[in-house]
Structure formats: C-alpha cells, structure tokens
Design a protein around this ligand. Structure first.
Ligand code: AMP
Ligand code: MG
Length: 424
C-alpha cells in the first residue's frame, strides 16, 4: 500500500467533498414535523397579510375627519353604535358622528378611517346609549393596518433551501399550508473502530477505554439535521472491518468511521478503501487536529474516515462531513458560519498549520470574545463539552495574544453560510 500522503489545504479538502453530487430527494411533512428541516419549495404569500384592514389596538373606529375641530377644550362626541371583537364584523357601514367600539384584530368597519385607542377616549352612557368623546384630531388611516400592508399576495417570503424555524412555521400556518415539502434527511451510519473500545455500559479494564466517539458523532449528526444510525464498534481486524463496511454501505447514505486512518500497524481503513475500489479524495490535510482525516467515494457515496482521537474526530465531522450532510439536506447555506471575534486569552504556541482550536463564545466588555475550551490536544475529550466553535489559528503564525482579532467557526445557532473561507 502507498503510505505516501500529500497534505492539501483545508478549504481544498472541503471543495473536493462538496463537488460530489448529492442525491437530494423531497418529501412532505406536517408543520409540527417540519422544525429544522430544509424547505424544498419557495414559500410565497397566497393572500395578502393582513387579508382585511384591521385594528392593531383596542379602541374606537370612526371617520377621522369628524375630529377636524377636536381640541383640549372642544371634545367631539360620537354615538357608539356597536361593539366588535376579533373575528366579528360590523353589521353596517359607519356614518359621520358614529363610532364602533373595536378590539385588536377586528376588521375595520366600512366607512371608518381611523382607530383611537381607549386611552385617549372618554366614554359615558345616557339613556342606555353609549357615547365616546375625544379631544384630539385624528388623521386618515391612523392606527389602521391596511390590507396587504405587511405583505402582498404573490410575494416570495422564504426561499427554498432555508432551514425551517418557528417563524417559518408561523408563515406556513398563516397561508394554510398544513403540509410542506422538505428535503429528505440522509441516513448517516457510524462505526467506531478499535480493539481497545468498550461499550458504554461495560466496566473499565486495563488497556481499554469506552467508545465515546460514536455517541459524540451520533449527536453531531443529529445536530446537523441528518439521521444518525449507530452501526456498532469494530475490532481492528481487516475482514471484520471490510465486511461490515460493505454491508453498511447498502443501509446508509453516508458512512462515517472513527479510528484506523493513521499509519499504525492496526490502522486498517486505508486498506479497506483500497479493496472496495473507492476513490480517495484526500488522506492528509494541512491542519491540526485531524490531519489524517480521509474521505473516499464509492459510486457517489461518501465514506468519512475520521481520526479516533476524540477532538480530531469532532473537528473532522464538523469541517468535512457537516457541509456534505447539508448538501444532501438541500440547505442553501451548507457551511458553518465563520465570524470574526476578539480572542479572550493568550495562545502563545506556533501554528505550522491551520489549527482549529475548540472554543466557546462569550459576550464581554461589549464585544464578542472567544475562549479556548480546554486542553488543546487531539486526543482530549473533556474540552468538547464546552465547545460551540472552533477558533481558527492560522498556519504560519507564532502565537496569538488576548485582544487579537481571530476568525471562529460557529457550530450552533445560525442559519448557515454560503461559503467557507479562511482569510489569509
Ligand atoms: P486511532 O485513530 O485508531 O489511531 O485512535 C487514536 C486514539 O483515539 C487512540 O488513543 C484510541 O484509543 C482513541 N480512540 C479511538 N476510537 C475511539 C473511540 N471510539 N472513542 C474514544 N477514543 C477512541
Ligand atoms: Mg485505532
């Protein structure tokens, strides 16, 4: 086997993956099942909002010009002819000198041209008839939400490829779409390789560790919006690994393995890819951690060989597998967002290659700062619990000082980005 590995830049590795065609399919789900799914059709206003002129307040509706002479010492009086709540309609058009007591959300009676809030109106009753007086001049259209003032019929409101959030769900309901077309979620299978691995429920024994990567990646897959499929752990035995990978490829859209991509005696994944006849897109990346991350494709199906080292594995998923899951999911913004922030700590360590340091975001001294999450070693698991971003420490730098501006890859809580660019 050829052990020579040619490191490529991170962004080149990402592009090679994203050039692979994704098999996007569409399915229909109900609104309550649409959360965080990706819209597979444009959401267009099928009617105006509001669909009728309505009152934004509780108050009185009347003809604004009736108050032309109103002032502090000259209140104008109206006869209150009826009362309407939201969902009710006035029984007849309004005439000069008349007012309708109207509640928020109710349709403006025909003829009325303004609404005065309760707070500026005085009311009294005489012989069973309600009256209202007002001491100020109202203008035409005041406090009326005109039909279509929010959006006109036919307007494009949310484009396909957008992740559905609570606001999008509100819009779907507004327009009466109780079902919506979304992209199918890919099934992403996970194998953890390593003879040293114990399952979670097993007691520790000398020389063994528990398989934490599988659970971590299953959760990363779920966070990405794809469907995680745990396929189990595999001992470092070639035939076991090969046979398991072959059968798994029939079950899932994307296959992720952890461990076994380095150059040790028991690192068997490169030989598995070779026997499968898979095309290796790359097997060495100029980055830390996770430089051995390997990605191969077989008949359009991607196999992600992530490092067994927990931090490297975590980074490998987010930088390389995540955007591809988004591509299959039809996300128009498939990349994690890269922001600029202020570094909250000195990190005086030379970076021969781009380093993706696990970190977290804070808001301090009126600015967004980023902090390292803990020990910065690829084999570390403890720092991951605090991680919600990667601080990018650019290759060729000798260290960073607190207060320096750095880029950071946001892993949570955003709609995605159109590209993945590391500034030089
Ligand atoms: P490998 O990539 O197989 O050479 O493994 C690198 C390191 O990660 C070794 O110390 C492994 O014991 C550890 N490791 C491998 N797989 C896992 C896993 N599933 N969970 C936790 N640690 C792992
Ligand atoms: Mg191993």
């Amino acid at each position: 086997m050829n052990l020579h590995r040619n490191p490529i830049p991170v962004t080149e590795a990402v592009s090679r993956i994203m050039e692979i065609n994704a098999d996007k399919q569409i399915e229909t789900v109900s609104i309550p099942n649409s959360h965080d799914r990706i819209l597979a059709e444009d959401l267009v206003a099928v009617h105006a909002i509001p669909p009728f002129p309505k009152s934004p307040y509780d108050g009185y509706a009347f003809i604004a010009s009736d108050t032309d002479q109103a002032s502090r010492d000259h209140p104008v009086e109206f006869r209150v002819i009826e009362e309407i709540g939201a969902g009710q309609r006035a029984s007849r058009p309004i005439e000069s000198g008349e007012a309708v007591r109207i509640m928020t959300g109710a349709e403006i009676p025909k003829g009325a041209t303004c609404v005065a809030m309760f707070e500026i109106c005085q009311t009294y009753e005489q012989d069973g008839q309600a009256f209202m007086t007002i001491k100020r001049k109202m203008t035409e259209g005041q406090n009326i939400m005109a039909k279509g003032s929010e959006t006109e019929k036919g307007q494009l409101l949310v484009s396909k490829g957008t992740k559905i959030n609570p606001g999008v769900e509100a819009l779907l309901a507004t327009f009466g779409y109780h079902e919506v077309k979304v992209y199918r979620q890919p099934k992403v299978g996970v194998f953890a390789t390593g003879t040293e691995l114990l399952e979670v429920h097993e007691q520790l024994e000398p020389g063994k560790i528990r398989n934490s990567n599988a659970y971590m990646i299953l959760s990363q897959i779920e966070r990405s919006g794809a469907i995680p499929v745990y396929l189990g752990k595999l001992a470092d035995d070639f035939d076991t690994c090969y046979d398991s990978v072959v059968s798994a490829l029939k079950e899932v859209d994307i296959l992720i393995t952890t461990g076994g991509v380095s150059v040790g005696d028991y690192d068997l994944m490169p030989a598995v890819y070779e026997k499968l006849g898979a095309e290796v897109l790359f097997n060495k990346i100029a980055m830390r951690p996770g430089s051995v991350t390997t990605v191969a494709q077989l008949n359009g199906q991607l196999l992600f060989g992530l490092s067994g080292n927990p931090s490297a594995c975590y980074v490998g998923f987010e930088l390389f597998a995540f955007p591809f899951t988004q591509k299959i999911l039809g996300n128009g913004k498939p990349y994690h967002k890269v922001i600029e922030a202020v570094l909250g700590h000195d990190i005086m360590k030379p970076n021969p290659f781009h380093r993706f340091m696990r970190g977290y975001i804070e808001y301090e001294d009126n600015q967004v700062t980023v902090h390292p999450a803990g020990i910065d070693k690829s084999g570390v698991v403890t720092s991951l619990a605090r991680t919600n971003l990667f601080i990018i420490l650019r290759g060729g730098t000798r260290g960073y000082k607190k207060g320096d501006r750095v880029q950071a890859v946001l892993l949570e809580g955003h709609q995605g980005a159109d590209d993945f660019i590391i500034k030089s």
